[in-house]
Design a protein around this ligand. Structure first.
Ligand SMILES: Cc1ncc(COP(=O)(O)O)c(C=O)c1O
Length: 408
């Protein structure tokens, strides 16, 4: 890591330079794409030593175990998630072929056969995995509103075999914010760990590890990749935690590592992460104000609005603004929302978020259609919710598009 005049780089500069390793044999300025399945050994001894993890072995064996391009991405994201931490070198990143591969590998390796307490509002596939798949793997998950720290404490007391608390730093799609600091403390008092999906916030806005969380997950498909060109995921945690949980072994044997080309594209995205987040955030704030004042909007959720239920907490734990996603409900519910989504011209009707262009979608029939009805009700994921992932076009154009679609 570069330091100038004994001062570490800013987050913006770190995003551009994170993970750099200027040791390429040809002096390549950008990270080469090691698009290879396997690596040649000099001789049998070197190969055997590599497999036995002995000194003198080859540094790379096979790309399902590790690949130099993928490792560059892992170093880069780890640097950003641990930005400013005095013990940053204790952590490492682990890249995956999707956010879900990162999340499931992390959960399975850590929670092995024990109880999980999860937030009720979560990305649809995460919710479905916890509700329907963890019991088949000998685990059980209870779902609660983690924005109420008292409920978390009660649930920990109810389930003394809790190994893991799982939440999203800004929940999908309700944008609920939980008190990561207080929950991490409670988890540790009860011998559990806290895992936080930081996809919506990115380390530009929230650093869960600095707030006491043990493991961070990302769908790098979103803001980190930034351009809608890849599917990817990452975990960042202390190396000691991976060792204890055998997370690396699980990734190797479940086979979920990222491919080199996707890792490379994600790294290109990371270089502009801070720049893009500034624009996503300032645009989202303007769009949120517009929607808040619009007579056809019934309710709106955005952590930067005073009306957000955790506005005070968001101000306490978020830096540099409040992210790029807004959720709202129109007067006229689902039918009005459907008409809006069918009439936008600049915004694209598509799932996903964190791309440079604005995406709009309907959680109840799309991303969250697979979520258990009871959990959806408890989390407030209603049929009328519209999710808007504000892009980096001009705010005026996004607002004009919404305005004409609302009129239509
Ligand atoms: C908050 C969150 N976590 C995880 C995921 C899953 O990521 P992926 O689609 O990369 O597997 C998503 C996908 O939308 C998400 O929104």
């Amino acid at each position: 890591m570069i330091t100038l005049k004994n001062k570490p780089l800013s987050f913006e500069s770190s995003a551009v330079h994170a993970g750099e390793d200027k040791k390429d044999q040809y002096g390549s300025h950008t990270t080469p794409i090691y698009q290879t399945s396997t690596f040649a050994f000099k001789d049998v001894d070197q190969g055997a030593k590599a497999f036995a993890h002995e000194e003198g072995g080859a540094s790379h064996i096979y790309s399902r175990l590790g690949n130099p391009t993928v490792e560059h991405l892992e170093r880069a994201i780890c640097e950003l998630e641990t930005f400013g931490l005095s013990n940053a070198e204790d952590y490492s990143g682990m890249a995956f072929g999707s956010g879900m591969a990162a999340i499931t590998t992390g959960i399975i390796s850590i929670a092995k056969g024990q109880h999980i307490i999860a937030q009720d509002a979560l990305y649809g596939c995460t919710s479905q995995f916890l509700k329907e798949e963890t019991p088949k793997l000998g685990m059980a998950t209870s779902f609660i509103d983690t924005s109420d720290t008292f409920l978390v404490e009660m649930e920990l007391k109810k389930h003394p075999n809790t190994a893991l608390i799982y939440l999203e730093s800004i929940a999908n799609p309700t944008l609920t914010i939980s008190d990561i600091e207080a929950i991490a403390e409670l988890a540790h008092q009860h011998g559990a760990l806290l895992m936080v999906d930081n996809t919506f916030a990115t380390p530009y806005h929230i650093q869960p590890l600095a707030l006491g969380a043990d493991i961070v997950a990302h769908s790098t498909t979103k803001y980190m990749g930034g351009h809608g060109t890849i599917i990817g995921g990452v975990l960042v945690a202390k190396k000691a935690l991976y060792e204890e949980s055998e997370t690396f072994l699980f990734r190797k044997n479940l086979g979920g590592i990222a491919g080199p080309m996707d890792a490379w594209l994600t790294m290109n995205g990371l270089k502009t992460l801070a720049l893009r987040m500034q624009k996503h955030t300032s645009n989202a704030m303007q769009v949120a104000r517009f929607l808040e004042d619009h007579p056809m909007v019934d309710e709106i959720w955005y952590p930067g609005l005073e009306s957000h239920p955790q506005y005070g907490l968001a101000n306490h734990i978020m830096k540099n603004g409040f992210g790029g996603v807004i959720t709202f409900e129109l007067k006229g519910g689902f039918e009005a929302g459907k008409s809006l989504m069918n009439h936008v011209k600049l915004c694209t009707l598509a799932v996903s978020l964190g791309t440079v262009d604005t995406l709009i979608q309907h959680p109840a029939s799309m991303t969250h259609s697979i979520v258990d009805e009871e959990i959806k009700k408890q989390a407030g994921i209603t049929d009328g919710l519209v999710r808007l992932a504000v892009g980096i076009e001009s705010a005026e154009d996004i607002i004009a598009d919404l305005e004409q679609a609302l009129e239509a």
